[in-house]
Design a protein around this ligand. Structure first.
Ligand code: GNR
Ligand code: NI
Length: 176
């Protein structure tokens, strides 16, 4: 079990398309477990490989409510195989865009096919926050961030602020 560092935008590693997993083996299971640890430590509801510098099509999600106990989900090669025509607006955040939020429109329900921990093909239907979160994570695997779904004016403002924040952090870490 290990916590990984989460990459903050702007960063070229967040813009790359991630590679499919050939087989869910012990190495992939270890990555999935480390990603869950990292996600819980950061109080996130989802995390994708590229956010921790792993350019593989792996995501983890847990949208359970606090009182209900954890419901971790771990997926390799997740794919949207159906999406509803109905859309919904959800205020999204992202661990790679800390402290920035914006309303994003997406299909309100989706069917997802993926490989589970045992390398078995599974299909699930998701709606509500689970549908939103899985679509957000699959976007990461394609190098897409939620700000790519909003106006360029808002996007550029958020990216500029993050760039400034990162420069400050780097200066504090390595004083002249
Ligand atoms: O923790 C997260 N919350 C969230 C809220 C609304 C829509 C999507 C998300 S995912 C995000 C964690 C994250 O950055 N996953 O990639
Ligand atoms: Ni994200």
């Amino acid at each position: 079990m290990a916590e990984l560092d989460i990459i903050v935008a702007p960063d070229p590693r967040l813009k790359k398309r991630a590679e499919p997993v050939e087989k869910v083996d012990d190495e992939v299971r270890r990555i999935m477990d480390d990603m869950l640890d990292t996600m819980y430590a950061a109080n996130g509801i989802g995390l994708a490989g590229p956010q921790v510098g792993i350019s593989k099509r792996i995501i983890v999600v847990d949208v359970s409510r606090e009182g209900d106990g954890p419901k971790p989900m771990q997926m390799a090669n997740p794919e949207v195989i159906w999406e509803s025509e109905d859309e919904r607006v959800y205020e999204e955040g992202c661990l790679s865009l800390p402290e920035h939020y914006a309303e994003v429109v997406r299909p309100e329900a989706v069917k997802i096919r993926y490989l589970d921990r045992e390398n078995e093909i599974r299909t699930i239907e998701a709606d509500d926050i689970l549908a939103t979160c899985i679509q957000h994570e699959i976007d990461h695997l394609d190098g897409v961030l939620f700000v790519d779904h909003i106006s360029s004016l808002k996007r550029n403002m958020i990216i500029k602020k993050l760039q400034k924040f990162k420069k400050q952090q780097a200066a504090e870490a390595a004083p002249a």
